[in-house]
Design a protein around this ligand. Sequence first.
Ligand code: VGL
Ligand code: ZN
Length: 209
Amino acid sequence: MENKTKRAFIIVDVQNDGIQEGPLTVPKGSGVVPVINSIRKKNKFDLIVLTQDWHPSNHSSFAINNNAELFSVKELETGPQIMWPVHCVQNTEGSQFVSDLIREESDIIIQKGTNPKVDSYSAFWNNNKSEKTDLEDILNQNNITDVYVCGLAYDYCVSFTAVGSVECGFKTFFIEDATEGLEEETILKAKEKMEKIGVIFVKSIDLDF
Ligand code: VGL
Ligand code: ZN
């Protein structure tokens, strides 16, 4: 039986709306781009995946669509939901990948958050686990064993994607210096949760493959 290590690199939501001047600005968000680019140049992955937050304009996670206060939590029919500013609307400039991010023809793109009724922080499935993306199947079809995650934002889409990866059975690495988050408190909580389930925290300079 073959049990060769095969690695996937999952770059989460490095899109214009998440960096400076965007509506959902991650402090220091643009700083992840050169780190991610240097990882791509230095390390050999078997598969590279870019995730893209890709909301319709009527998305239920937007405060304005619920007459709700920004960043409050609203009980929707699909569960509790943070009320975000409008961001990453399909086909807008804000939803495009940051232009400096290196991309290749062979990169797999996984779009998420497309169902207006329910948000999707994880790139594997949406927040109430009612729908899956193709990501798990694509990783399995490529015999991926190890998943490396990074991107924006630490406390939401990156950590949820790392948790999803562990739950799907992949050995999961979180590249800390290639990730930035929204808030200290939620970052710490996300880190605790990931540590508890066995996510391995690494720095980009320590990746030696
Ligand atoms: C994100 C909140 C809402 C993220 C996306 O990319 O982390 N956070 N939509
Ligand atoms: Zn979103």
